[in-house]
Design a protein around this ligand. Structure first.
Ligand SMILES: Nc1ncnc2c1ncn2[C@@H]1O[C@H](COP(=O)(O)OP(=O)(O)OP(=O)(O)O)[C@@H](O)[C@H]1O
Ligand SMILES: [Mg+2]
Length: 371
């Protein structure tokens, strides 16, 4: 059995059950529960301060939560000390030991395992190969780029043969291209090792690129858990809608709620007829959220179009993103292919056509994303 199959056989389901934690009375985690399947990758994402790092520290055993439990492979970890949990952690600021070479950094934890010198050496070489750092094994951390230091930190965590690896914003400090490379390498490595992983990020593109499950947190609570496509297509809250991809939110009131059709009068005055099962009664105050790709900008009024002022048009590769202001000042984003004939002059008067089938309706008191 080679090293890789040994690790794959180790893969275990990780369960977080109703975890609560406060720092000096200030709640940081508020009844958080989720499951990461054996060998799966989950991304924990949410705005700064929402509790992501705290959650990882609880899983790693660095924080003992006030309530709740963490289970690995069906075993309650609460009484297991951090060093015995077989959980590797790559911290938010990758702290390599500055006075140790790359090789020594990766070998650091291995002295606590019962390995011969040759086995230790072989494992360090294997891990450095895995993160493509073998040729720089004798460098000191200060002689490495940020991305190289990050790879060493990942190798150091993997060298301990963890069952789970926790990575706290491992790629945040890197430029876009390098980040994409490392994300792809990480996914390949994680699959090869069959290890269960949780990656913290506040970059939703990174989460979508790396993870099969997204866990969106806000103010210490889980807002929604699902695949990237589920969260994008069926966000449960305006917060998720604005955090996973972009969306614009308009306030309105339900004015008719028939079996399979309801109409909302927007605060701006226009009526939208939304062909969906009615989830709200007539008179309900609602938020209507729509993604930029479901709004079209036209030069002349059409049935159901909303008059708007084009504040700004930004080229985004093959598309152009228009920032529109509706008559009451509500911001509406519209994205369309650059080829489409669209007025792009700042301050021009335009008309927005909303694809009502793609709108999502939420209760008016649901908090929206501020990110
Ligand atoms: N050691 C600590 N003592 C007191 N409060 C803390 C401590 N660590 C974190 N907090 C607070 O707990 C909350 C959650 O912090 P946490 O570090 O988990 O957030 P995060 O989601 O990782 O944010 P970021 O994206 O900025 O890293 C924040 O309000 C933070 O100020
Ligand atoms: Mg953090």
């Amino acid at each position: 059995m080679n090293a890789n199959t040994k690790l794959a056989a180790n893969a275990a389901v990780l369960e977080v059950k109703r975890v609560r934690h406060s720092y000096a009375g200030a709640p940081a985690l508020n009844d958080v529960s989720f499951t990461v399947p054996a060998g799966g990758v989950a991304a924990l994402l949410g705005p700064s301060g929402c509790g992501k790092s705290t959650m990882l520290r609880v899983i790693a055993g660095l924080i003992q939560p006030a309530h709740g439990s963490v289970w690995l492979g069906g075993k309650d970890l609460i009484a297991v000390p951090a060093r015995e949990r077989r959980i590797g952690m790559v911290f938010q600021s990758y702290a390599l030991f500055p006075h140790m070479s790359v090789r020594e950094n990766v070998a650091y934890g291995l002295s606590s395992l019962q390995l011969s010198r040759d086995e230790r050496h072989a494992r360090v070489t294997e891990m450095l190969g895995l993160v493509q750092m073998g040729h720089l094994a004798d460098r000191m951390p200060r002689e490495l780029s940020g991305g190289q230091q990050q790879r060493v930190a990942v190798a150091r965590a993997l060298a301990m043969r963890p069952t789970v690896i926790l990575l706290d914003e491992p790629f945040a400090a890197l430029d876009r291209a390098l980040r994409a490379d490392l994300q792809a390498e990480f996914v390949a490595m994680q699959r090869a090792l069959g290890i269960t992983a949780i990656l913290v990020t506040h970059d939703q593109e990174e989460a979508q690129a790396v993870a099969d499950t997204l866990i969106v947190m806000n103010r210490g609570s889980v807002e929604q858990i699902g695949t990237p496509a589920e969260l994008y297509d069926r966000p449960a809250t305006p917060f998720v809608s604005g955090f996973i991809g972009q969306s614009s939110t308009m306030t309105g009131t339900v004015i008719s709620a028939e079996d399979d059709d309801y109409s909302v009068r927007l605060a701006v005055g226009a009526e939208l007829s939304l062909p969906r099962p009615a989830a709200f009664r007539t008179g309900s105050e609602v938020l209507v959220s729509v993604r930029p790709e479901h709004v079209r900008v036209v030069g002349t009024p059409q049935a159901g179009s909303l008059p708007a002022q084009c504040l700004q048009s930004v080229v985004q590769g093959a598309d152009v993103l228009h920032r529109l202001a509706l008559a009451d000042g509500t911001l509406l984003l519209a994205r369309q292919p650059r080829g489409a004939a669209a007025p792009e002059l700042p301050d021009s008067r335009v008309h927005a056509v909303i694809d009502t089938v793609a709108c999502r309706v939420f209760p008016a008191n649901a908090p929206a994303a501020t990110a």
